[in-house]
Design a protein around this ligand. Sequence first.
Ligand code: COA
Length: 144
Amino acid sequence: MLQFRKMLPSDLDLVVRLEQECFEDPWPAEAFSPDIIETGYVLIKEDVLIGYVFALMVMDECSLINVAISPAEQRQGYGEHMMTELISLLRADKGIRYYYLDVRTSNIPAQRLYTKLGFKHLGIRKAYYRKPPEDAIVMGLIIP
Ligand SMILES: CC(C)(COP(=O)(O)OP(=O)(O)OC[C@H]1O[C@@H](n2cnc3c(N)ncnc32)[C@H](O)[C@@H]1OP(=O)(O)O)[C@@H](O)C(=O)NCCC(=O)NCCS
């Protein structure tokens, strides 16, 4: 059974562990401040945290950061489920219509996920990432 809910401070240890497993240049534990945790959402499968995402909102816009699904649980539809739940929740509760995110040019799985969700390629941010250095593709989604 899947549950999608807001991140809680008690989720932090698992989120930091997943961050290290999922990203080449993970955020250090100290980066997950109370203000950041407040913007987080998690996906729980049978009482185990398997995914998370941060949604930074201003007016009716939202930047999505650190979309992640546990490596052991990838390619089973959970990323798509988490993002769909997030977008419909934020649309219904907060009226968010505009979504933006950055993705490494080499990260084809994530780009395919976002394209499947309806995100469009908006542009390139040169040398946006470090470790390893890489351009970012900026993608955006407008919900009618
Ligand atoms: C990107 C990520 C969140 C996808 O999560 P996931 O649960 O594996 O994705 P899903 O199983 O829901 O896949 C949904 C769609 O995404 C695309 N996709 C996901 N993984 C893919 C892969 N390895 N190769 C190609 N397409 C892939 C497909 O279009 C897929 O739809 P399909 O199954 O009908 O082909 C996950 O791979 C991840 O956490 N990666 C590491 C962290 C990361 O790179 N985050 C994104 C930062 S911008």
